[in-house]
Ligand binder design. Structure first.
Ligand SMILES: Cc1ncc(COP(=O)(O)O)c(C=O)c1O
Length: 439
């Protein structure tokens, strides 16, 4: 049931293939399903043929208000007329940093960068500079962007040989792997063992507090907090996804565990290129260039577009909407309707489908047991999840097959009702040919 594309659409795809290798990110749809998008409004995106989709990709998460929210468009337009970049302090950057400090429990000081990858890269460097230690510990299946330290056992094809990481990309010097240890998400005993063994050389433990869509087991994050504190290791929450999404104060507010440093991106700047490292002032101060004059080592952190005023204006406008009463209640309620509806559809069909995640982000997993770590995700039927996603795409949902669904404030109850109809048809489509599990 693949939708046909116009000749003009095919031509855009051909040019995109020639000029860009067919993609601008790692989100690559099969040739049969590839689309070129023209624009977005609210919960919808529209392709160059004028075909509309309910969007659950949302730019891979940033568009928590939906596409082209009037407050964001207005703020960016106003700032654009005043100039787009200055490489120095601006009111927009200062106000956004102040708002992060008000919102986020660990944030006493902020540094802006342009991408989430830069944010985690700098957070790790800051941790190394502050502690004088070299190694970091991360979790198998945890994604922290595309720099060399992050692409370690983020998506290994089989369970890792912990604590030895497996580089996720060609082109990473093998020496980098020697500076990274890998543990298993939600396995506090293993993590305790690794921390106790390597405490003297560990600068930081970094995690996504909601690892992809795998929630932390009760006591796991507080256990990490307690262990890292005991050994003077910094705890870094990568809140690029969870920041301003699970709660206004991010996962640290939702789960009640305060790290030393945290990274933000995506929802923080509502679809414009800006990310941040925030944390305790004493730690963040290692980025202070004045220290260099005093002969002290500095964790060098700079970037041409850091704190870009257009993106900062978009961020301020986004946060002012997110601060309105009832926003998070709405996001949770609408997402719960989608999750509950999909579970019912699966149960009625006898399909072993799990909807995992927390707050307005979820993932559909075909597995007998609810996964609680990366090995559990590997045991799930990913191929079926991808086929389900493709079947949704064919029927008018814009999704990243096999990956997370993001929900925005622009999604309505009508969108939920239509989405559930499509979920039902997509489930039937992927199950019918083999007759699997159908009553
Ligand atoms: C948890 C997490 N950290 C870091 C990143 C990297 O962010 P960016 O794509 O802006 O570099 C991502 C991107 O998806 C992410 O999900």
């Amino acid at each position: 049931m693949v939708r046909t594309r116009s000749a003009a659409h095919e031509e855009w795809l051909r040019r995109g293939h020639t000029a860009l290798g067919g993609a601008v990110t790692s989100f690559v749809l099969p040739e049969t399903h590839a689309v070129v998008l023209s624009h977005g409004l609210g919960s919808r995106v529209v392709d160059v043929d004028g075909r509309e989709y309910i969007d659950y990709v949302l730019g891979s998460g940033p568009l928590i208000l939906g596409h082209a929210h009037p407050a964001v468009v207005e703020a960016v337009s106003r700032q654009a007329a005043l100039g787009s970049t200055f490489y120095t302090l601006t009111p927009a950057a200062i106000e956004l940093a102040e708002e992060i400090i008000r919102a986020v429990p660990c944030a006493e000081m902020v540094k802006f960068v342009s991408t989430g990858s830069e944010a985690t890269f700098h957070a790790l460097r800051i941790a190394r500079a502050y502690t004088g230690r070299t190694k970091i510990l991360k979790f198998e299946g945890g994604f922290h962007g595309v720099h060399d330290y992050a692409l370690m056992s983020a998506f290994p094809p089989e369970p890792s040989d912990v604590p030895t990481p497996r580089p996720d990309s060609a082109g990473i010097p093998p020496q980098v792997a020697e500076t990274v240890l890998v543990s298993r998400w939600n396995d506090l005993d293993l993590t305790r063992q690794l921390i106790e063994t390597h405490a003297a050389e560990l600068a930081a433990v970094i995690c996504e507090p909601l690892q992809r869509a795998l929630p932390p087991a009760p006591g796991f994050l507080s256990g990490l907090r307690e262990l890292t504190q005991r050994y003077s290791i910094l705890l870094i929450f990568d809140e690029v996804v969870t920041g301003f999404r699970l709660a206004y104060g991010g996962a640290q507010e939702r789960y009640g565990v305060v790290p030393d440093l945290a990274t933000f991106g995506k929802a923080l700047s509502g679809g414009y290129p800006l990310a941040a490292v925030a944390g305790r002032r004493e730690i963040m101060s290692v980025t202070d260039f004045a220290r260099k004059g005093r002969g002290e080592p500095v964790a060098h952190l700079s970037g041409t577009l850091n704190g870009n005023p257009l993106a900062a204006a978009a961020g301020l406008a986004t946060l002012s909407v997110l601060r309105q009463p009832g926003v998070y209640e709405y996001l949770y309620r609408i997402t719960d309707q989608l999750k509950a509806g999909l579970r019912e559809l699966a149960a009625a069909r006898g399909v072993p489908l799990r909807v995992i995640g927390d707050g307005p982000v979820f993932q559909v997993v075909f597995a007998e047991d609810e996964p609680r770590d990366y090995a559990g995700m590997l045991r799930a039927d990913r191929e079926l999840a991808v086929r389900f996603g493709l079947a949704c795409l064919e029927r008018g949902l814009f999704v990243n097959p096999g990956e997370k669904f993001y929900v925005s404030l622009a999604h309505t109850e009508e969108d939920v009702a239509r989405t559930l109809e499509i979920f039902a048809a997509a489930l039937d489509a992927v199950l019918l040919p083999s007759g699997t599990a159908l009553a």
